[in-house]
Design a protein. Structure first.
Length: 121
C-alpha cells in the first residue's frame, strides 16, 4: 500500500512502503522529504479525549461554587475604610461552547476543548 505525504512546499506525494523511513526529493520542487513509516497516522481529537479520559478540576473544593452577578455601584460612603478583599471568580467560560466551567478544568467537560491558560478569559 503506498504512503501518501506532503513535501514542505505542499505538493502531495506518494511512495512505496519499501521507502519508509528514508529521505527523498520532491519531484516538483526538489525539496527534501522524509517518508514516514506506514503506521504513523494522525490521531483524531476524539481518540485523544478517549486516551486522556474525563477532565478533573485541579481543586475539587470549588466545584459547585456559584458566583453572584456583580451588584450595581452604590454611592460612595464617606469616612469608612474598607479592605480590598476581592475574591477571584471560580468559573470561566469555555472559548468553544461558551458554557461556564470551573477554573480548575483545562479541558471543557461539555465540548472537550483544551483550554490553554487561565488568563485567556
Amino acid at each position: 500500500m503506498p504512503i501518501t505525504m506532503n513535501c514542505p512546499n505542499g505538493h502531495q506525494l506518494t511512495a512505496s512502503e519499501s521507502n519508509a523511513g528514508k529521505t527523498g526529493k520532491c519531484p516538483v520542487c526538489k525539496a527534501p522529504v522524509s517518508i514516514p513509516a506506514p503506521n504513523q497516522t494522525e490521531i483524531s481529537d476524539s481518540a485523544i479525549m478517549n486516551i486522556l479520559g474525563t477532565a478533573e478540576p485541579q481543586n475539587r473544593s470549588r466545584i459547585g461554587t456559584v458566583i453572584a452577578p456583580p451588584k450595581p455601584a452604590a454611592a460612595p460612603r464617606a469616612a469608612k475604610s474598607t479592605s480590598s478583599s476581592a475574591t477571584l471568580p471560580h468559573i470561566k467560560l469555555c472559548p468553544s461552547c461558551e458554557r461556564e466551567i470551573d477554573m480548575g478544568y483545562h479541558i471543557c467537560p461539555h465540548c472537550h476543548t483544551y483550554i490553554t491558560g487561565l488568563n485567556d478569559f
